[in-house]
Design a protein around this ligand. Structure first.
Ligand code: GLN
Length: 196
């Protein structure tokens, strides 16, 4: 099982380390040609406008859409969540638009730009350690989207079939259980099992 981390900008090496700790083979993805050898893809945090522009420049938008159409799992964290969303509130920026959610960028306000909490997540036994940095919020979800965690009444982790998103950074701690959850999704998609 091989999982790629989109390496255009953002927290790439941290995701690679967490994926490896979760038992997957992980590689940095810099070229669209690499996608064909992957079973799953992580889109990291960073700056969503930059990631979106670079994805467009290097032809990743079409290629990742095809990757998703093939049912291959994608995990977007923070800026990665933003570029996966169908709609980014109040903004037109290049993005994938694959997941049926509407998001607001930098939604926690100034005092709360960056913080760390223990967050319960559906499907993971004990709360996970979550680092929020100028995080986005999921404002609206489509009928097929399952909310996996809520913080202060706001949706911060969600799944729609083979797509997983978190508005925080799970890769900046030693807690790799959300990566384990994702590698499980990848394993199941590879063996053709349904979601479980
Ligand atoms: N604020 C960033 C954006 O809007 C996301 C921050 C992050 O990925 N930590 O793209």
């Amino acid at each position: 099982m091989k999982i790629g981390v989109l390496a255009l900008q953002g927290a790439v090496s941290e995701h690679i380390r967490s994926l490896e700790q979760a038992g997957a083979e992980a590689v940095a993805v810099k070229k669209t040609q690499q996608l064909s050898e992957l079973d799953g893809l992580v889109i990291p945090g960073g700056e969503s406008t930059t990631i979106g522009k670079l994805m467009q420049k290097y032809g990743f938008i079409e290629q990742i859409r095809e990757f998703s159409e093939a049912g291959k799992p994608i995990f977007g964290t923070c800026a990665g969540l933003i570029v996966l969303a169908k709609e980014i509130e109040g903004q037109e920026q290049p993005h994938l638009g694959l997941m049926d959610i509407t998001v607001t960028r930098n939604a926690f306000g100034r005092q709360k730009e960056s913080f760390e909490i223990d967050l319960p997540v559906v499907g993971i036994e004990q709360p996970i350690r979550a680092v929020f940095i100028r995080a986005p919020l999921i404002r609206e979800i489509g009928a097929d989207v399952e909310v996996l965690s809520v913080y202060n009444g706001e949706m911060v982790t969600a799944r729609e079939g083979h797509l997983l998103v978190s508005s925080f950074h799970p890769e900046l701690t030693d807690d790799y259980r959300l990566h384990e959850y994702f590698t499980q999704m990848v394993r199941q998609s590879k063996t053709g099992e349904s979601k479980g």
